[in-house]
Design a protein around this ligand. Structure first.
Ligand code: PEP
Ligand code: MG
Length: 894
């Protein structure tokens, strides 16, 4: 028969931390502490399996559960020496939620359960404190009314306020026992009035009501949102812990508080926390009274004139400190503890791994390795790779708060404040004048790159996680919020509006690219600092991981940054990005708009030296490391002039009529440019582009190789290939250019030829492609776009609906869709390696920097992932974690 109920208390426990999935982190922590012989009030936990079953089975419990609960309640009674429902000396319990992954404050709790009109009198007698008894009763009615009966808390608060007013009193402290007794009657009257049903007097009915409500709170909107943000699966359900109450509100020798075994913000090895004398748990959270420091040291630091626990109750504090040390040593992690002191006696109510800042997580993990508490692998596994963003970019000061104007996608992490501008020209001008600006666009195009460079951050109202703005901003390491669909931009008026509010050109806003928030005003930021701990942890990750980490860069500055972050080569150089510069873009436009091969050759001749210098500097910076260059792949529309002014300007430069440019632009206009004349198709139509690019690449490699005395590790790849015939044609052209270089220079540098896999057909025909290609680089941005048939650039308008309705578990452009796109990748790897066992396999889509996707690539046998420079450390850590997990799995599988 299944076991539903797990008891703890009196120095014993069924289960412990190892059963966290079943007991929830709270239940498991209590069991673990109890088994260690620490002072824990006795209790029992209903497993998460009960929670799941109840929610799935139309709110029914298995029939045998009632008897198990009764037996467990009797067990608590035996340890506590008082019994549930006994009117002379009643046992009161708390009923609390606790999922396997802790979700602080998201689900419900009921305290003081078991009080009714009789037991409250018993409690008053036994405690010798009538005021305390009736205060506890009214707290219970209020909490139960809210959590179980679904009444609005403010109804209770209003009645209490009215009553105090009628007495001419302001503070709860001023109410006497008789007053609280009246409040209890008022509250019961309120319940009857609102629900037409009396407040339940039967302790057993109260208990089952609370258990049902706590289980159901798993599905409350607050918890659902928290799970979505933190990628916690919706299936887990919550356990329910029922535990004997202890009271921190029994006078001056009682107290309740929270503590962290190390500082949760700085990671410093000091006990840190807060408490309130003569209070119950919710008072600490409610913020109505000022909590006091636990230690003298903290009190001195905060300059508080309220005494610390250390001085108020030195003996109990010493015991508490001892318990904290023992628990940290036992759990080998920083813990978040809740405790209550009842008339001088310490009780532990919770121990769970502490939530901490990225900075604290890093410091405590590295410190604990040095203290011999954990292994390097454990330290690595404890750091959430994405949290490194907090260490690499400025972030919003957590104390700062902020007024949210709108939300979009968290497209590129970091935070920035600046005055709003609506064009790239304004952004550049502002930078020249030394002003900080945020560039706001509907979406960006290559022409905005100079404006993006000049701006502190970028906000777009359209476009997804792989839109132009997102990809380019990530490359630059600049904050970007994309696809903020509720924002309407009026360029003419120089305003943007959202939710009925208007922000004007020049107004300050702050972007948080890590959360997707757009805030009004300049919110204080925290600058990143890279500590020695960071370097040390990274070096441990490098020792462990097998996956290589390359970077996607197209400029020397980004390449240098990436190398500093530990990149082991370039996995993608998007050559079209090299043309973003305002002067070059005109030449590119000339090349694209050329009507004859001669015109095109002229533009290309001017591009050749520019490309050559670009490549040469990348080769120099990456000396000794592989560099993969991709042949030109612009969806042409990105480069075409827009609007009359641009057309006129280009016409003057090209010395042709604007009308001719307009006509040519119209000929080139495509209904669906993302699926149009781009990638290999461009190389097929315009052989001279391939010829120029390959010459520039090979000549630059020759020069740099000669200077360095070792050849450049050069790889050339072709984008958007679907068939072997396409690939063979382009390879033949590349070899023609190689022959030309040989003729000119007497030799050509060695290089590898590969292909991108960006189309389902390419993935399926991978066996064929590998006959010609020696490496595959998965372009998962396009592969996701083409597999789902969802436009990368337009996804933001409807993808959010999909996500909020749960139609997709996550944005497939941000984190790889294993089921569909992943399956194509697996097929391609298998077929490719069947043809060519030594085939090198990498990924250069945005997923190359996403930790969950990196696990997939590691499992699938990739050689490397390539990502934007600022994500290189994240990828290094995620790759090490993937390796650690794989080893653990091997150990388990034997
Ligand atoms: C891709 O499609 O994943 C890729 C890397 O190419 P781009 O983003 O330039 O289309
Ligand atoms: Mg692509």
């Amino acid at each position: 028969m299944a076991k539903w109920v797990y008891t703890f208390g009196g120095g014993l426990a069924e289960g412990g931390i190892a059963l966290k999935e079943r007991l929830g982190s709270k239940g498991a922590g209590l069991a673990e502490m109890s088994a260690l012989g620490l002072p824990v009030p006795p209790g029992f936990t209903l497993s998460t399996a009960i929670g799941q079953q109840y929610l799935a089975n139309g709110s029914h419990f298995p029939p045998e559960l009632a008897a198990e609960v009764d037996a467990a309640l009797a067990g608590i009674g035996a340890i506590a020496g008082r019994h549930f429902g006994d009117s002379e000396d009643p046992l009161l319990v708390s009923v609390r939620s606790g999922a396997a992954v802790s979700m602080p404050g998201m689900m419900d709790t009921v305290l003081n359960l078991g009080l009714n009109d009789q037991t409250v009198e018993g409690l008053a007698r036994v405690s010798g404190d009538r005021r305390f008894a009736f205060d506890s009763y009214r707290r219970f009615i209020q909490m139960y009314g809210d959590v179980v009966l679904g009444l609005d808390l403010t109804l209770f608060e209003e009645r209490l306020e009215d009553y105090k007013l009628s007495l001419g009193l302001m503070l709860d402290e001023e109410l006497a026992a008789e007053n609280w007794q009246v409040v209890c009657d008022i509250y019961k009257g309120l319940v009857l009035e609102e629900l037409d049903k009396a407040f339940p007097q039967s302790p057993s009915e109260q208990l089952w009501g609370a258990i049902r409500a706590v289980i159901a709170s798993w599905n409350n909107p607050r918890a659902a949102v928290y799970r979505r943000i933190n990628s916690i699966p919706p299936s887990g359900g919550t356990a329910v812990t029922v535990q004997a109450m202890v009271f921190g509100n029994l006078g001056a020798t009682s107290a309740t508080g929270v503590a962290f075994t190390r500082h949760p913000s700085t990671g410093e090895k000091v006990l840190w926390g807060e408490f309130l004398p003569n209070a119950q748990g919710e008072d600490v959270v409610a913020g109505t009274r000022t909590p006091q420091d636990l230690t003298e040291r903290a009190r001195q630091e905060t300059g508080s004139d309220l005494p610390s626990l250390e001085t108020m109750m030195p003996e109990t504090f010493a015991e508490f400190r001892h318990v904290c040390e023992a628990l940290e040593r036992h759990n080998r992690d920083v813990l978040d503890l809740e405790f209550t002191i009842e008339r001088g006696r310490l009780w532990m109510l919770q121990a769970r791994p502490a939530k901490r800042t990225a900075h604290a997580a890093l410091k405590t993990a590295v410190d604990m390795v040095h203290e011999g508490l954990i292994t390097k692998a454990e330290a690595i596994s404890r750091i959430e790779p994405r949290s490194l963003d907090q260490l690499l970019h400025p972030t919003i000061d957590p104390e700062a708060g902020g007024d949210i104007f709108a939300r979009g996608l968290p497209a590129s992490p970091g935070a920035a404040s600046g005055a709003v501008v609506f064009t790239s020209e304004e952004a550049e001008l502002a930078r020249a004048q030394g002003r900080k600006v945020i560039l706001v666009r509907v979406e960006t195009s290559p022409e905005d790159v100079h404006g993006m460079h000049a701006a502190r951050g970028i906000l777009t109202t359209r476009g997804g996680m792989t839109s132009h703005a997102a990809v380019v901003a990530r490359g630059m390491g600049k904050p970007c919020v994309s696809g903020a669909g509720t924002v309407r931009v009026d360029f003419l008026a120089g305003t943007m509006t959202a939710g009925g509010r208007t922000v004007r050109r020049g107004d300050m806003i702050t972007l948080d690219g890590g959360t997707g928030q757009v805030l009004i005003g300049a919110v204080p930021l925290r600058e990143p600092e890279l500590s020695r701990d960071f370097a040390e942890l990274m070096s441990w990750a490098d020792e462990i991981r097998r996956l290589k980490i390359r970077t996607n860069v197209d400029t020397p500055a980004d390449a240098r940054a990436a190398r500093n972050f530990g990149a082991e080569g370039i996995g993608l150089c998007r050559t079209e990005h090299m043309f973003f510069d305002v002067r070059r873009i005109q030449v590119v436009r000339e090349m694209i708009l050329a009507e004859t091969p001669a015109e095109r050759a002229d533009a290309l001749a001017r591009l050749l030296p520019m490309q050559k210098t670009d490549f040469a500097s990348l080769f120099e910076i990456m000396s000794g490391l592989p560099v993969t260059i991709r042949l030109l792949d612009p969806p042409l529309h990105e480069f075409l002039p827009r609007g009359d002014a641009e057309i006129e300007e280009l016409a003057t430069i090209m010395k042709i009529s604007p009308a001719r440019i307009r006509a040519r632009t119209q000929t080139l206009a495509e209904a669906n440019p993302m699926l149009g004349h781009r990638g290999v198709r461009l190389a097929i139509s315009f052989p001279e582009i391939v010829e120029m690019q390959v010459r520039a690449i090979l000549e630059a490699a020759l020069e740099v190789g000669d200077q360095a005395g070792t050849p450049v590790e050069l790889e050339i790849m072709v984008p958007l290939v679907a068939t072997k015939a396409e690939l063979d044609l382009i390879y033949a052209r590349i070899h023609d250019s190689e022959a030309q270089v040989k003729k000119l220079h007497g030799r050509a540098p060695p290089f590898k030829l590969g292909t991108m896999i960006e189309l389902p057909r390419a993935a399926l025909a991978a066996g064929q492609l590998a006959l010609s290609a020696t490496f595959f680089s998965f372009g998962t941005n396009d592969l996701t776009q083409t597999t789902f048939g969802i436009s990368r650039d337009d996804a933001a308008t409807f993808l959010n609906t999909y996500l909020s309705m749960g139609l997709l578990p996550h944005d497939p452009f941000a984190s790889l869709d294993r089921e569909g796109v992943g399956e194509l990748i697996r097929i391609a790897c298998e077929r490719g390696r069947a043809t060519r066992p030594e085939l090198q396999i990498g990924v250069c889509g945005e997923h190359g920097g996403d930790p969950a996707s990196i696990h997939f690539f590691a499992e699938t046998g990739f050689d490397y992932v390539s990502c934007s420079p600022f994500r290189v450390p994240i990828a290094r850590l995620a790759a090490a974690q993937a390796e650690i997990e794989a080893r653990q799995k091997d150990d388990i599988d034997g």
